[in-house]
Design a protein around this ligand. Structure first.
Ligand code: GUN
Ligand code: ZN
Length: 445
């Protein structure tokens, strides 16, 4: 038997299809007493423990978790690491929030020592919340992306990130030029894209902060490197949309600005997309682009209510994003809870199995990475979380009254957060353990 092979025994639940394409029962696999076998960082086998043991060699080392649930690592399709330090800033909507809070904090990332300190804290937060992959904004400073990728590489993470491009409508201290932004992005792509598990996203902040010349350069980069990502914001706030139409009067819509410069492809991820026309939804679908739905951010900044079934009716891929620091939690569980409420406010439903899909496999599809991550099928990268459904007194009490798996999952998503994440594994190696984290915290305090 290969020395690298090892197994984990617990209840196992993972999403295998979008509930909109199959019946709810066919959208997931659940093994009450399951066994997950890992070899060389990849899933080698999965199933009911009895059956998997029967086909595995004797002497397989097994870690047994009693009363725990293993599921695939969560996927955050839109987040800003430099905004960790200004999460929960009071009182503004998007454009004033950017000016008053975001830009001054992002200036601090000129200093790579500060950037590294925040990158470490940020990646610790992702791990303790069970998030194993994220699509991440840096700042305009290319060093902010270098330190982020170096730290993610040390942790063997599958992360996507990029340097912000902004050449107008931002403070001088945070702008680049079409040429300098292009050269710096190119340098970063060459250095990081495809290195270990890391991938690059060309990252114009949003249409108002880039000139037509800069957006043309973004299009040029995507032509030169067709498998890098495009990551930006779209149709988040009504005033923002008016501003875009003023700045680009010759374009038919906000999305048409990006489309004109060739920025829509299967690796394009647009955060928000709350106020889109039917034409824009159709165009996103035709180009296989994705939307990151960020409910805690949309509520916090008062941006609006995202209509998930509407976007899906056009065939647009949707993943979940926390959008920290406009988002108020690193927890994808909390994000799903707010997503449910955002649908409720529109008389729409969000089933817990659909939420599980969006938090894992749907996110992987939105990032065009579903051949590698998103669930625990054989051959996929073994990024997973060990969850305690009884993490708090209230959850224990409530779970005991939940009869079905779906009910338990809904309670987990409504009441759960980082307290439920007991361990997080990256490529089959333990990267976070809540008990060790608590011990460390006690020693430090
Ligand atoms: N639009 C442009 N920049 C940002 C940002 O940093 N956060 C959010 N939520 N929206 C944006
Ligand atoms: Zn954002």
């Amino acid at each position: 038997m290969t020395a690298q092979r090892k197994a984990f025994r617990a209840s196992i639940l993972h999403s295998i299809a979008d509930p909109k394409d199959v019946s709810l029962e066919d959208s997931y696999q659940y093994y009450e007493d399951g066994l997950l076998v890992i070899e060389n960082g990849l899933v080698q086998d999965i199933g009911a423990a009895k059956e998997v043991f029967a086909r595995q060699p004797k002497g397989l080392p097994v870690t047994v978790y009693k009363d725990k649930l293993i599921t695939a690592g969560f996927i955050d399709t839109h987040i800003h690491y430099p905004q960790t330090g200004m999460i929960a800033s009071y009182g503004e909507q998007l454009l004033d929030w950017l000016e008053n809070y975001t830009f001054p904090e992002e200036l601090r990332f000129k200093n790579p020592t500060y950037a590294l300190q925040v990158a470490k804290l940020f990646l610790d937060e992702l791990a303790s919340n069970g998030t194993t992959t994220a699509l991440v904004f840096g700042t305009v400073h290319k060093e902010s992306v270098d330190v982020f990728f170096s730290e993610a590489e040390k942790r063997n993470l599958r992360m996507i990130a990029g340097k912000v491009l902004m050449d107008r409508n931002a403070p001088d201290y945070l702008t680049d030029t079409p040429q300098s932004g292009y050269s710096a992005s190119k340098e970063l792509i060459e250095r990081w894209h495809g290195k270990d598990r890391l991938l690059y996203a060309v990252t114009p902040r949003f249409a108002p902060t880039s000139t037509p010349e800069q957006l043309a350069m973004v299009g040029k980069l995507l032509e030169e490197y067709p498998d890098v990502y495009l990551h930006t914001h779209l149709s988040e706030n009504k005033k923002e949309i008016e501003w875009v139409l003023d700045l680009f009067p010759e374009r038919a819509s906000y999305l048409d600005v990006y489309d004109h410069y060739g920025l829509l492809h299967k690796r394009s991820v647009f955060a928000h997309g709350i106020h889109l026309s039917d034409c824009e939804c159709q165009r996103l679908s035709d180009t296989n682009s994705s939307i990151a739905f960020c409910p805690t951010s949309n509520l916090f900044l008062g941006s609006g209510l995202f209509n998930l079934p509407r976007l899906e009716s056009f065939g647009v891929k949707v993943g979940m994003g926390t959008d920290v620091g406009a988002g108020t939690s690193f927890s994808i569980l909390q994000t799903m809870s707010e997503a449910y409420k955002v649908q409720q406010l529109q008389q729409l439903k969000l089933h817990p199995l659909k939420s599980l899909y969006l938090a894992t496999l749907g996110g992987a599809k939105a990032l065009d990475l579903d051949d590698k991550i998103g669930n625990l099928e054989v051959g996929k990268e073994a990024d997973f979380v060990v969850i305690d459904l009884h993490a708090t007194q209230l959850m224990r009490f409530r779970m005991n009254q939940a009869r079905t798996l779906e009910e338990k999952l809904f309670v987990l998503m409504s009441l759960g957060d980082d307290r439920t994440v007991t361990q997080t594994f990256i490529m089959g190696e333990k990267q976070y353990d809540s008990h060790q984290a608590h011990l460390k915290a006690q020693l430090v305090s």
